[in-house]
Design a protein around this ligand. Structure first.
Ligand SMILES: Nc1nc2c(ncn2[C@@H]2O[C@H](COP(=O)(O)OP(=O)(O)OP(=O)(O)O)[C@@H](O)[C@H]2O)c(=O)[nH]1
Ligand SMILES: [Mg+2]
Length: 566
């Protein structure tokens, strides 16, 4: 195993474990992904100001060993904390009878310490134990110790677009950190006219954060905006070199990395991570230059170029592999398009309730939970309505403000499925205080995807959570194309299906066709997926007047001619 990998696992080393690396170690999904990824970089490359990147460590031959060591480290951590917990039971009112032997020890100590000191020690120990306990998180069914993170936001006067304030954005960053498995120890933000090119924030703020992170024993500092390689490096130095500094983009990429369950998603995330890391590669080879007394000066410079070239090659390999995976999915899509059932796509801010809606309507079992980015891969299911009509419903990845451009680009192919749908359903968590800002953020991504020509229906979800649902319903009725639902309770879902049906009609083609009696199946399909306005039985067949999806209209072309009076 490389020296780098070794230092990662030692929490007390001068290179603290990064959450990016830690999560990869503890997530079975990430492990699967590592196995699939054909990555191989030299272990000398440093990404994000001198820290090791997960990708750098993706050395196939080291993976097994690394996973084993990861498990050992977790075991050790757990045992240490278990013993702490026992002590905390003793020091906090001795609630547990089975710890009598510890009580004696405690009494002996009492004679040794003055009362005040002991009380403070108890308090400190209790608080530390509580903090420690809070750091246990379940991830993929395993209990892991979460790293402590400190969040930093900046409100730039120059780019204030009136949407999310820096405080609101920081709150969301906290949710992202929680989703990534971190414990947020504290946060701060600064209003600036322009970012500092060296450290993004001002020097006073840097000093303030340094004091806070030392006091809180923080391991990771996360900035709410994307930072340059230089800023990351300078900030890590300024904070004393013991904490990892990263930005919102790296955090989101890590969440996607943990969540990627399919081969395609894993490839897309790996690609996005590499694209993000390429400009952030920094040299770690200066020690060689120092050791050799300057004789090999410039070696670090050369090495970084080599590493960049390797990374670019890997990006090329990944893109090729993605292309072949996409070819398969394209075939599947073509087959699906040949079945003339209209496709309705659910879009919306992450955590709005898209998967819950799909599950409720179709009995699907898509993961729906109170975490950001629960869904990465599209899932399509058939919705059968009470009146026998049906449509296909597709659930896909949620959006977020400041969505990393590398991710949008990497997921473009997945998101392009949206552009093939007959209707977009924009699911909004209307109970969220920033619902309007979230709507704006989603609209922004949709405009980037160039899908504005597709008809849209807006669903105000989670009405069960708002204080005055009646008022909300009146407001929704006053607007065009807005439906109130509770995907959780099922309230309003019939209205939703009716609204979908009537909106689908807008995207259909009006036909009048004479369908011969031997084409009974086609007639059934029209009834299932179209909107039939009238039927007439004649000697030559059934004369039908209906709105039908375009593929059916094409199939009906010869029969439409039959309607033309001779
Ligand atoms: N109270 C209430 N909670 C809801 C409702 N719909 C969804 N939720 C909850 O909101 C959380 C997020 O739901 P998801 O369905 O996972 O949201 P999503 O839009 O698919 O999220 P991503 O996959 O992250 O984009 C879950 O805890 C759901 O139980 C609702 O109508 N009412
Ligand atoms: Mg979802």
């Amino acid at each position: 195993m490389s020296a780098m990998s070794g230092s990662f696992f030692c929490p007390t080393s001068s290179n603290p474990p990064s959450f990016l690396q830690f999560s990869r170690k503890t997530s079975p999904l990430s492990y699967q992904k590592i196995q699939r990824n054909p990555l191989h970089l030299t272990s000398s490359t440093s990404i994000c100001s001198g820290r090791k990147s997960p990708i750098v460590r993706v050395l196939r031959e080291d993976i097994e060993k690394e996973i084993e060591i990861s498990a050992e480290v977790i075991d050790i951590d757990l045992s240490i904390t278990e013993s702490n917990q026992e002590e905390s039971l003793v020091t906090s009112n001795n609630e547990v009878s089975s710890v009598a032997e510890f009580d004696e020890e405690e009494e002996q100590q009492e004679t040794l310490y003055p009362l005040q000191i002991k009380t403070k020690a108890k308090k400190d120990s209790k608080k530390a134990d509580e903090d420690e306990e809070n750091r246990f998180k379940l991830r993929n069914g395993k209990q892991v110790v979460a790293e402590k993170a400190y969040l930093v936001g900046v409100e730039l006067k120059s780019v204030s677009d009136g949407s999310f304030s820096s405080e609101e954005s920081l709150k969301e960053l906290g949710q992202l950190a929680d989703t990534a498995g971190l414990t947020v120890a504290g946060s701060t933000y600064q209003k600036l006219a322009n970012p500092n090119p060296r450290t993004y924030i001002g020097s006073g703020k840097v000093a303030e954060i340094k004091t806070a992170i030392n006091a809180l024993d923080v391991e990771t500092v996360i900035f709410d905006d994307e930072l340059s390689a230089g800023q990351l490096r300078n900030l890590e130095k300024a904070f004393g070199g013991k904490v990892r500094v990263c930005d919102r983009t790296a955090l989101i990429l890590d969440i996607f990395n943990q969540r990627a369950a399919t081969h395609e998603a894993a490839l897309q995330v790996a690609l996005a991570q590499m694209e993000y890391q390429l400009p952030r590669l920094t040299k770690m080879w200066t020690h060689l230059e120092r050791q050799s007394g300057g004789q090999v000066k410039g070696m670090g410079e050369k090495q970084i170029e080599v590493d960049k070239r390797i990374l670019r090659t890997q990006i090329g390999v990944l893109k090729k592999e993605l292309d072949s995976v996409r070819q398969h999915r394209k075939q599947y899509r073509i087959r699906r398009l040949s079945v003339p059932v209209p496709v309705v796509s659910l879009v919306g801010y992450t955590n709005a309730g898209k998967s819950t809606l799909l599950n409720h309507l179709t009995g699907a079992n898509v993961l729906a939970e109170d975490q950001l980015f629960a869904t990465l891969d599209p899932t399509t299911r058939r919705v059968q309505m009470k009146n026998g009509k049906e449509f296909l419903l597709t659930d896909t990845v949620g959006f977020i403000q400041k969505l990393p451009t590398t991710l949008v680009a990497a997921f473009r192919a997945t998101l392009e499925e949206i552009s093939e749908s007959s209707l977009l359903v924009h699911v909004v968590d209307i109970s969220h205080p920033l619902a309007q800002q979230q709507i704006d953020a989603v609209d922004k991504v949709l405009s980037e995807l160039d899908v504005s020509s597709i008809p849209k229906l807006i669903v105000w979800n989670k009405v069960d959570k708002v204080s005055d649902p009646c008022k909300l319903r009146i407001e929704a009725e006053a607007r065009e194309d807005v439906i109130c639902v509770s995907a959780l309770s099922g309230d309003g879902l019939q209205e939703f299906c009716d609204a979908v049906q009537s909106k689908l009609k807008d995207s259909m083609v009006w036909v009048e066709a004479l369908i011969p009696f031997d084409k009974g199946e086609l007639l059934d399909t029209i009834h299932r997926v179209g909107m039939v306005e009238g039927t007439e039985y004649t000697e030559a067949g059934t004369l039908i007047r209906a709105h039908v999806p375009l593929p059916i209209a094409r199939q009906l072309t010869p029969m439409r001619q039959l309607c033309i009076p001779s």
